[in-house]
Design a binder for this molecule. Structure first.
Ligand code: SF4
Ligand code: SF4
Length: 368
């Protein structure tokens, strides 16, 4: 099959960079590139997902425009990353959701919220949406716990399956045997690098929005988003244990562990995505893959909406707005779950896999 334009351009850029090697201290992409003389499509997909888009190699480059070599690694790898998301989407018939992704995600979320509103009214009566309820089990008078658990459990399992199938195809294409993905050494190294965002620092100067090194806020906001997401996930898991093991029904008091974890996670998911959205507006367009900007914005807005609707529900849960806010929150969370494999979230999965491969390659090199 002929190479796509993006792959051909990535090959050209990596060939130039492999002769130059000026940027080898900036991130993992350049050392990974230096381990090769020629680049397969799988290698280029691997580099694209190893790149954090920090921008440092564009401003450091003596061959960036207006030089005739026209070297712009961050933008090419960003566009190629997005192409890999479509290539590895499972099932392939849904890969089209990555085109006009912001619009697709917004429509799915809106339909999901509408579905919960209609479902609440159909299962109760219209007035039920505006009635005040409080105390344990208040949420489940609008939607039974078993229905909620089945619906969200199935959506979550579907997302996990689709993501696993995608990463399986990616792993096969980059030429790694399945066993490497579970090797403890590379896995531990990659987990450390991902948890600390080790390569999102432009080699020490910080993430660059333009030619001037700025305070590293992109990294801070990314951390808040990542750990906010994990805390919210932990809150859901603990609440499930409360329900099934302790027989305690939501909503819980403010000092209960699910609420504490969810509140901290929610705050992270407000500040982190809001900060990342603000930074995007100031970022030099030359670094960005602008046709795919809607994917980033759509995912950040979904995270922000999840957190804001959850926090509002927490504050107003004893009043008449509880029914509407519960439908809003559940609708946004459900929309987020089913779009996880078809939006920006996939970058976390593919980047982690790329970090595992990088750790494996470094080990092999060290022992050779
Ligand atoms: S980005 Fe430019 S300076 Fe950096 S390695 Fe490539 S060609 Fe050299
Ligand atoms: S943009 Fe940053 S992470 Fe990506 S290749 Fe350049 S220096 Fe590495």
């Amino acid at each position: 099959m002929p190479r796509t334009e993006l792959l051909a351009e990535a090959d050209r850029l990596m060939t130039v960079c492999n002769s130059c090697r000026y940027c080898e201290g900036l991130c993992a992409v350049f050392p990974a590139m230096e381990m090769r003389r020629a680049f397969t499509d799988g290698d280029l997909a691997y580099f694209a997902n190893l790149c954090h888009g920090c921008g440092a190699c564009y401003y450091d480059c003596q061959f960036s425009p207006p030089h005739e070599f026209n070297v712009n690694v961050p933008r090419n790898l960003a566009a190629l990353r997005a192409e890999t998301y479509r290539t590895y989407a499972w099932p392939g018939a849904l890969a089209g959701l990555f085109a006009r992704n912001g619009l697709a995600v917004a429509l799915i979320a809106a339909l999901s919220v509408a579905g919960f509103l209609i479902g609440f009214v159909a299962a109760n009566d219209p007035a039920a949406l505006f009635g005040s309820r409080s105390g344990p089990g208040a949420f489940y008078r609008l939607m039974p716990h078993a229905a909620m658990a089945w619906l969200f459990g199935l959506a979550f399992l579907y997302a996990v399956l689709a993501l696993a199938m995608g990463v399986r195809a990616f792993w096969r294409d980059i030429g790694e045997p399945a066993a490497t993905l579970l090797a403890p050494g590379p896995l531990a190294r990659a987990a450390h690098d991902a948890a600390t965002l080790r390569y999102l620092d432009g080699g020490g100067v910080g993430c660059m929005n333009d030619a001037t090194p700025a305070p590293d806020r992109r990294r801070v906001f990314h951390h808040l988003t990542f750990y906010g997401f994990l805390l919210c996930f932990a809150a859901t898991c603990v609440a499930t244990l409360y329900h099934y093991l302790l027989g305690r029904e939501a909503p819980y008091a403010w000092y209960d562990l699910p609420v504490v974890l969810g509140t901290l996670g929610g705050l992270g998911l407000v500040v982190g995505p809001a900060g990342l959205l603000a930074i995007r507006r100031r970022r030099d367009p030359v670094l960005q893959d602008l046709p795919r900007a809607g994917m980033d914005v759509g995912f950040l807005v979904m995270l922000l909406s999840t957190a804001l609707s959850g926090l509002l529900l927490l504050v107003l849960r004893d009043g008449a707005a509880m029914g509407i806010l519960l439908a809003l929150h559940l609708g946004v969370v459900f929309g987020l779950f089913i779009t996880l494999p078809y939006g920006k979230f996939v970058h976390a999965i593919y980047r982690f896999a790329a970090l595992v491969r990088y750790a494996r390659e470094r080990r092999t090199l060290a022992h050779s």
